[in-house]
Design a protein around this ligand. Structure first.
Ligand code: SF4
Length: 230
C-alpha cells in the first residue's frame, strides 16, 4: 500500500522549505535567472523586464538572454521599439520560440504603452493582463523584477516542485499561484519563484530529480511516497 505523506503547509514551514532550497541552489552555484539578470542590470527597468519576459515564453533562459541583449542594443526603449521594422525585430530575437509572432506582439505592446500609458509599463495586474501576450505569469514577473512588488510568478518549475513537495495539489500554474499566495507569507513571495526556478533547473529537474541527495527529501511528498527506501 502507498504511504500518504502530509506536509505541514503553515507559512513558517513553507518559509523553511524556501530557505533550504535557497541554500541548496547556492551550494550548486546556480546561475541567476535571465529575468533576475535583466532586472539587476537595468535597475529593474519594467519595460525591458516586460519585453524579455514575453521573449522567454516557451524559450530557454540562455536563448532569451542572447535575444534580449541583441534586441535592446538596437532598440533600447519603448519609442524605438514601437517604430521598429518587424522583420528586423524578428531577425534579432531569432531563435526564441515563435519569434515572428513575438516580434509583432512586442511592437504592439510598445505601441499600446505609448498610446494608453504615456510610454510607461502599468503597475496594476489588470492593466498588464490587457496587453497582448501577457498572462498571469508574465504580469507577475513584471511586478517582481520590474517593480519589486511581492507576487509569485508560476512557471513549470514552480508548478512542478510545489506539487511534488505536496505544498499544493493543483492542475494548472494559475491554481498553483492562488494556492501558494494563500499558504505563504507575503515576505516570501519575492524569493519563492526565483529560488524554485533555480532549484528546478539544477536539483528537482523535470526528469531525473536528484531525490536521494536532495536536502528537502524528508519534507517531500513525492520522495516519501514514491522514492524513499521502504
Ligand atoms: S526529494 Fe526529489 S522530488 Fe522532492 S523536492 Fe527533492 S528533488 Fe524534488
Amino acid at each position: 500500500m502507498v504511504q500518504t505523506f502530509a506536509l505541514s503547509r503553515t507559512a513558517a514551514n513553507v518559509h523553511r522549505i524556501i530557505s533550504t532550497a535557497a541554500l541548496a541552489v547556492k551550494q550548486v552555484q546556480a546561475e541567476p535567472t535571465t529575468l533576475q539578470e535583466i532586472g539587476d542590470s537595468t535597475d529593474g527597468d519594467p519595460f525591458r523586464v516586460l519585453i524579455a519576459t514575453v521573449l522567454s515564453q516557451r524559450t530557454r533562459d540562455p536563448v532569451t538572454a542572447i535575444a534580449s541583449s541583441r534586441l535592446f542594443s538596437r532598440y533600447p526603449d519603448v519609442k524605438k521599439l514601437a517604430k521598429a521594422d518587424t522583420r528586423v525585430v524578428s531577425r534579432l530575437i531569432r531563435p526564441v520560440g515563435f519569434y515572428k509572432t513575438k516580434a509583432r506582439r512586442i511592437k504592439e505592446i510598445s505601441r499600446i504603452l505609448l498610446d494608453k500609458h504615456g510610454g510607461k509599463v502599468p503597475e496594476k495586474m489588470e492593466e498588464l493582463l490587457d496587453l497582448p501576450a501577457v498572462g498571469r505569469k508574465t504580469a507577475n514577473c513584471v511586478l517582481v523584477y520590474g517593480f519589486g512588488k511581492p507576487a509569485i510568478p508560476v512557471d513549470t518549475h514552480v508548478h512542478r516542485i510545489s506539487n511534488r513537495l505536496g505544498l499544493v495539489h493543483t492542475k494548472t500554474p494559475e491554481e498553483t499561484e492562488i494556492e501558494l499566495t494563500r499558504i505563504t507569507d507575503r515576505r516570501d513571495w519575492l524569493d519563492l519563484s526565483e529560488v524554485f526556478v533555480k532549484f528546478g533547473q539544477t536539483i528537482c529537474k523535470p526528469i531525473g530529480p536528484k531525490c536521494s541527495t536532495c536536502t528537502l527529501n524528508s519534507n517531500c511528498a513525492f520522495y516519501q511516497e514514491k522514492r524513499a527506501p521502504a
